[in-house]
Structures are given as C-alpha cells and as structure tokens.
Design a protein around this ligand. Structure first.
Ligand code: ATP
Length: 547
C-alpha cells in the first residue's frame, strides 16, 4: 500500500496529527481535572486556591477535544475513502488490462470480491492500526517523559507498558489471527462468487431441481465465513483483555511507586492524581488498535489478493515504442500458428490470409475449426505462437492496441448487451452518432420495426445483460452497434446467429451497402447469398483453402 499511502500523504498526515491532538486533549483533560479536584480539596481549608485558571483549562480542553475528534474523524475517513477509491481505480485498470483468456482464469464474483470486499478490508490498516499505534507511541513517549520528570521509575514503567501494548501485543494478535483472517477473506470471496453464479444460472438450477444443493453449498460458504470471523473477533477481545491487564498493572505500579514519593514529600498529591487519571485516558487509544491488529490477517490476505491482480502481467501488451497504423490498408496474416494451453493439437497451423482494403471475405468451416480464434488473433485479443499479422504493412504487435481497436471492430459470438437502454448500447459503437444514424443501423440489423413497436423506443431499458430482450434481438442489437462503429475493418463472428433464415439472407444481401467500402472478415455457418462477400475461404486443418 506504500505508493498509495505516499500519494495521499498530506491528508493522511493531517489525520494522524489530529488524532494525536485529540488524544493529547483527552489525556490533558483528565490529568488537569484530576490535579485540579485534588488540589482544590487539599487547599479547601486554606481558601487560597486559584479556581479560575484550572477550571477554564478543563472547559477549554473539553471543547477542544470535541472539535478535534470531529475534525479527526472527517479528515481520517475522508483520506481513507480517497485512498480506497485510488486503489479501486487501479485494480479496475489492472482487470481491464488482462486478456479475456486471463480473465477466464478468475470467477466473475471473485473479481468483484477483490474490487469491493478486499479493498474495503484494507481500511483497517490505516484507521485501526497505523493511526492508533503511532498515536499511542507518540503520546506514550510524551506522557512517560512527563511522568519521569516527577517519578523517574514510573516514567520507564509507562514507556515499557506502552511499547508492549502498542507493538508486542498487536504483533502477537496479528500472527494469531492471520490464518483465520485469510480464511475469512477466501470464504467471503467464495460466497460472493457463488451468489453471482447462482443468480446467472437461476433458471437452470430450477430446471434441474438443483436449488436445494445450491442452498446447501451457499450455507457451507457462509458458515465457514462466520466461523473465521468469530475467530478474528475472539482474537480482538483477547487483545482488549491484554490491554486492560497492562493498563491495570501500569496503574498499580504508578500508585505504588507514587506512594513512597508522596510519603517522602517528593511528589505532590494533586500531581499524582493527575498522572493516574492521565494514564487511564492514554490507554483508551489502544482499544481500536487491538480490534485492528486482530483484523490485520484479513487485511493481509485481502492485500495479497489485490496485489496478485495488480501484478499479473497482461498477456498482450503494447511495445514501449509503438508504430502508427495507417487509416486504411490490407489486413495480412502469414504463417499463423496458435494452440490453446493444454490442447493436444494447434487450432491454427501455418495459416495465411490477405484481405485487401474494402474487400469482403467469408470464412466457413466446421464447428470448432478455429474461425473465432482467427478473428481474435486479427483483433490481437491473443498473440499467435508463430507467424505475424499486419495492417497496412505495420505489424499489429508493434501498434498501440487502442489504435488497432479503432481500426478494427469485432462482433463476437459472446458480445454482451450492457445494462442500460437500447440507445446507450448503440452509442457504445459511436458516441457521436445522431438519431438518424442509430435508426439506420437498427434498420440494417433488422431491429428497427421491433424498436418502433416499443413504448419508449430507443430509450427502452434492456435490463442486466439484455435479459429483457430475446436472444435474437440481443444479437441484432450487438450487430447494430458493430455497424455504427466507424472502424475500417469489421470482423464479424456469426453476425446472424439468432436471426431467422429470411432475416439472415436480408442481412447478407445488405452487407455490401452497410459495409460501404470497409474491409470485412465474416465467419459464419450460414448460407451466403451471391454477392454478399467477394470470396469464401474454408478453414480446415488449421489453414485456409479456397472454396
Ligand atoms: N479459451 C479456450 N481454451 C481452450 N480451448 C479453446 C478455447 N476457445 C476455443 N477453444 C478450442 O479451440 C478450437 C477452436 O475454437 P473456435 O471457437 O475458434 O472454433 P469455431 O470455428 O469458431 O467454432 P464455432 O463455429 O462452433 O463457433 C475448439 O476446439 C475449441 O474447443
């Protein structure tokens, strides 16, 4: 967390300073009050005691403590929330940098758990550990000096008690609760991932009468979470018990050491009372530290999970020096080879392809022959294990991915519909598109009549993942979005899946006009009418053959 703490150092230091001032005001308040009451009692008979100054000091410290506590809470929580927001942004960026294949290695719910619960768990570190520990050490040091000025052995006693309570006990607690903390974070992530999957697969769980089994699995996950959190809470309680013991011991020591000095006339009774009450106030700062230290295992596990995501190198990355891609050019692949990890055979084995600017090429082949894989390589979602791909003569490996994706758009079999309206989904293709362009794209995707029939037209809500649309309508919406994208190359993977035969043929019949001079690589199982594409290639045995 150091780089993030360093970025927010000003507000974090301000929060730390305010925390120190708040505790100092509390310690001062009790010390002065103790000294004042005792001194007033002892001086009662002589009637020569100045009441005004100490009582004003007590009132001032009480008011200051309230104001400082408020300012400390506002600053500390504000700084921590900013810190967590910085971390969430960085983790989201790290997730976005990973390739689809890398992301497939994580459960969706687990990624959400890292972004939400794991980062939340890290607020423990600053608010509940760093601030109270440093405050306790700083003020404990100061208080032991003051105590030592009157009673040197008691000064050493306070210093030793503070070191044990602020360093040794929290360290032992963090170690003791570490394993439970790790278990708690893993169980929380498993429960979250499980809910995510169960909601997505709800209809199928019901259809296979598997809901009771899902309930039982979820119950196991949350029970294990509750057990782990119980252990963490028990460690926190043990820490608070240790804190009370140390405070009790220190207090008894201060009374015992003070007694001899008082009897010998070396220590004023009022000062002695002030020191005793101040010590009680000083130990209050340790309460949050004990709870925080017990949760350090959780925070450490959360930190490790977040860090693993942040440090995973993206499978596809830009070169340090990128080359610009021309606005138009031929798309060329030569000697492409690609195997999925663990696969017995390569999907592509020495594939060659050249698609001239404005040319439309259809790719057909049996299911599983590698059509989608080829389109993913052309879009640089994966890099080939051998061979090269270029656009306008520039190897795409040397181009910025952002620029490549501005030149080429991909409509894949898994293109998602995002939560929002029909309009917001379409505008992803081209944020500048006007109403007429949107309707034109809908017309080309054969969705315009359906949208016209809706009460709210383009502003109709489509639900999460387009659940309020039929599968065919969702596909056509994605198709309209791809049509809107101002890219020079369209990579279309089964663009007419979900359309009936008549709509398929109409779409292919319109393709030439819709593509209007763009380069098209179209993978399909559908029958292509004459004129839909300039040529058709068959993918077989990892290579392309003319049909
Ligand atoms: N992420 C993956 N991990 C491992 N193997 C994969 C992965 N994706 C695809 N494959 C395998 O690679 C082969 C080619 O898959 P691909 O999706 O490219 O075929 P396709 O020709 O597009 O099939 P379809 O016409 O059914 O869409 C298949 O045997 C498939 O099992």
């Amino acid at each position: 967390m150091l780089p993030w703490l360093a970025r927010r150092r000003r507000s974090l230091l301000a929060a730390l300073l305010l925390a120190c001032c708040t505790v100092a005001a509390g310690v001062g308040l009790l010390s002065v009050a103790g000294w004042f009451l005792t001194a007033a009692f002892l001086a009662g008979a002589k009637l020569a005691f100045d009441l005004f100054a100490p009582s004003a000091l007590v009132r001032g410290l009480a008011m200051a403590r309230i104001a400082l506590r408020y300012a400390e809470r506002v600053t500390g929580h504000g700084a921590t929330l900013d810190l967590l927001a910085d971390m969430r942004t960085a983790v989201f960026g790290a997730i976005m940098r990973l390739s689809p294949a890398q992301l497939a290695g994580y459960r969706d719910g687990d990624l959400v758990a890292r972004l939400a619960g794991d980062i939340d768990a890290l607020d423990t570190l600053y608010l509940l550990v760093i601030v109270p520990a440093l405050t306790a050490l700083a003020l404990g040091g100061g208080f032991s000096l003051i105590t030592g000025a009157w009673l040197p052995p008691a000064g050493w006693l306070v210093l030793a008690a503070m070191l044990v309570a602020a360093c040794v006990v929290p360290y032992c607690l963090a170690r003791a609760a570490g394993a439970s903390g790790r278990r708690a974070q893993e169980a929380a992530s498993a429960a979250r991932a499980f809910v995510h999957e169960a909601v997505q697969a709800h209809a199928d769980l019901a259809a296979f009468a598997a809901e009771p089994r899902a309930d039982a699995r979820f119950g196991d996950a949350v029970r294990s979470l509750a057990n782990a959190r119980d252990s963490v809470a028990a460690a926190g309680s043990a820490g608070q018990f240790a804190q009370q013991l140390i405070m009790g011991g220190c207090l008894a020591g201060l009374l015992w050491l003070g007694l001899d000095a008082f009897r010998a006339g070396a220590l004023d009774g009022a000062v002695w009372a002030g020191l005793v009450l101040g010590l009680l106030a000083l130990f209050e700062v340790l309460g949050p530290l004990m709870r925080g230290a017990a949760r350090l295992g959780t925070a450490a596990a959360a930190g490790a999970r977040v860090s693993a995501l942040l440090h995973e190198p993206p499978a596809v990355a830009d070169e340090p020096e990128v080359r610009a891609l021309p606005p138009h050019g031929a798309l060329q692949a030569s000697g492409l080879e690609y195997s999925y990890p663990g696969a017995a055979r390569p999907v592509l084995a020495g594939l060659d392809l050249r698609v001239g600017p404005g040319e439309r090429v259809g790719i057909v082949g049996e299911s599983g022959c590698g059509k989608s894989t080829l389109l993913a390589l052309l879009m640089r979602i994966h890099d080939p294990s051998a061979g090269a791909i270029s656009y306008g003569g520039v190897p795409i490996r040397l181009a910025a991915q952002r620029e490549l994706h501005a030149r080429c758009t991909l409509l894949s079999q898994h293109s998602p519909v995002f939560m929002g309206t029909l309009r917001s989904n379409l505008l992803l293709g081209d944020p500048q598109a006007d109403e007429a362009r949107l309707w034109q794209a809908l017309q080309q995707a054969r969705l315009a009549d359906f949208v016209r029939s809706l009460d709210h037209g383009l502003d109709t809500w489509v639900g999460e993942a387009g659940r309020l649309l039929s599968v065919g309508q969702a596909r056509r919406l994605c198709l309209a979005r791809a049509i809107l994208a101002p890219a020079a190359v369209w990579l279309l993977d089964e663009p007419t899946a979900g359309l009936d035969e008549q709509a398929q043929q109409a779409f292919f019949g319109d393709l030439g006009r819709a593509a209007a001079g763009r380069t098209v690589v179209l993978a399909t199982h559908a029958r292509l009418p004459a004129g839909a594409v300039d040529r058709v290639l068959r993918l077989e045995g990892g290579r392309l053959h003319s049909c």
